[in-house]
Design a protein around this ligand. Structure first.
Ligand SMILES: [Zn+2]
Length: 256
């Protein structure tokens, strides 16, 4: 494991000039609404987002995804099979549940999904989002964390439904906290952005679909427009960028 990944309590850490905190917008599963509604919105504001994709979903709109990545948005890994606990009803084949998988099988998925994503969008993923936010294979006494595999194959790994902001001087880049964005209005997000600026931390927001109807797992267009407008105003002191842009900045400051 690279020592740069591990927390070092670098109390001299400073964000780039003008920034007091940072924010990344991230979206999972490569759902069509992300390139249809999300990418044009982000492009209007000059904001780059991170999309954690499964190759099978990219194949539904390959040209749109290739254009999105070529214009600066990030495609990260999310496994091949969207591996999650068999507790979820949508995991119909128990053999594909995290409880039944081994580290070797999980690692094979990471390698293969990276190769397929590279073939589809010409960029090899360097960031990862844990499907369902789950970071283990096996169960009970034989449960093993797969965080070390993510540290080996990617520069950052993002969680889901976490409850803290990422302190740049001490966060584990293989377990970057992701806070749910789906369903929130800007009034609910703004206090979190203010807190990131006040505490000098990195807020990573995580959503799924992007649109205007109140579906489950839907990030609201109006909320995204307000976040982008707020973060593009230099007076607010927020650096908004992809997970890799901000993660790499943090990593570089640890290597100095
Ligand atoms: Zn997912």
């Amino acid at each position: 494991m690279s020592p740069a990944v591990c927390p070092v309590m670098n109390t001299a850490f400073k964000w780039p000039v003008g920034a007091r905190g940072a924010l990344s917008l991230t979206f999972d599963d490569a759902r069509p609404s992300q390139v249809e509604a999300g990418v044009p919105l982000f492009d209007r504001f000059g904001v780059h987002a991170t999309f954690y994709v499964v190759p099978a979903a990219i194949r539904k709109l390959p040209d749109a995804w290739r254009r999105a990545v070529a214009s600066g948005h990030e495609a990260g890994g999310h496994t091949l099979s969207h591996a999650c606990t068999g507790n979820f009803g949508f995991v119909t084949d128990p053999k594909k549940s995290l409880e039944k998988m081994t580290l070797a099988q999980l690692e094979a998925e990471l390698v293969e999904s990276n190769a397929q994503i590279e073939q589809l969008v010409d960029i090899r993923p360097v960031s990862f989002a844990y499907p369902c936010g789950q970071k283990f294979v096996g169960c009970g006494e034989r449960l093993q964390s797969y965080v070390p595999l993510i540290a080996r194959h990617y520069r950052t790994g993002r969680g889901w439904r976490d409850e803290y902001f990422n302190a740049p001087d001490r966060c584990d880049l293989a377990q970057v906290a992701g806070i749910e964005l789906d369903g929130l209005d800007f009034d609910q997000v703004r206090p979190q952005i203010l807190e990131a600026a006040k505490s000098g931390t990195w807020l990573v927001l995580a959503g799924h679909d992007i649109g205007t109807d109140p579906r489950k797992q839907m990030t609201k267009v109006a909320t995204l427009e307000a976040i982008c407008a707020y973060c593009r105003d230099p007076a607010n002191g927020i650096w908004i960028d992809t997970v890799t842009a901000i993660g790499d900045y943090i990593r570089r400051t640890r290597e100095r």
